[in-house]
Design a binder for this molecule. Structure first.
Ligand code: SF4
Length: 220
């Protein structure tokens, strides 16, 4: 999921014992945490995104109400607000910034707060931080005229409470209205993404951050 892997490239000085992996109270640079998914962002990380140290195209949003695995509670449940995360490499969960050849974080000096907090031998610090002061899309893009209105409209129409209700209703809805409404929302979700790219000139890699992952993918 997160942390630690030291970073030779950025000259991180680790205690000799940790480098040699001779203790189980320091990072051994196994990379396991970075291969289990990138971190979630908190208010303390805002500047990393605003200054482009971590570009928005490297992020995705789990939208309010979307089902997600809670690493602390260890269960799948709808999230209570936006969770912004670093994308994985390809179809894997491995954090985009994990350098597998070096077994190191390529942005180690600028890694997000969750990565700093997670120690696999003692997760107390991460657990205390985990659901606190999460960064939301609004914190980053509410000032962008036009775009934020589109995102709000999308969030309202494609909210996961509605979607879950429609999915639940499908089996007992003989007329097929629920299926039809769901199909319309999926189509709207597709179209709005196309629109901001074709007419707004948006980088397509930004879409999963702006609108969350596409409905046709999350509904699978
Ligand atoms: S940002 Fe760095 S430390 Fe954090 S999960 Fe990604 S590779 Fe690991």
């Amino acid at each position: 999921m997160k942390v630690a892997s030291g970073n030779k490239k950025q000259g991180l000085k680790q205690p000799a014992k940790a480098r040699e992996g001779k203790t189980d109270t320091a990072c051994k640079r196994c990379g396991t945490c970075c291969k289990k998914g990138g971190p979630s962002f908190h208010q303390a990380d805002k500047a990393l995104i605003e200054t482009g140290v971590i570009p928005s195209r490297c992020l995705y949003t789990i939208r309010k109400g979307e089902m997600a695995y809670d690493n602390v509670r260890q269960c799948l449940e709808p999230v209570k607000s936006d969770i912004i995360k670093i994308k994985g490499k390809g179809d894997s969960w491995t954090c985009l910034f994990f350098d597998e050849a070096q077994a190191a974080c390529s942005i180690y000096e600028s890694r997000p707060i969750e990565c700093r907090a997670l120690k696999c031998w003692d997760t107390a610090e991460l657990e205390a931080l985990y659901a606190q002061k999460r960064l939301k899309r609004k914190d980053l893009i509410a000032d962008i005229e036009g775009l934020w209105d589109l995102i709000k409209d999308h969030q309202e129409r494609c909210n996961y409470d509605t979607i879950h209700a429609l999915v639940k209703a499908i089996s007992s809805d003989r007329a097929g209205d629920s299926r039809q409404k769901l199909a319309e929302l999926i189509q709207f979700d597709i179209e709005i993404r196309k629109l901001v790219v074709s007419r707004g000139g948006m980088d397509a890699d930004m879409l999963d951050f702006l609108f969350g992952r596409p409905l046709h993918r999350t509904l699978k």
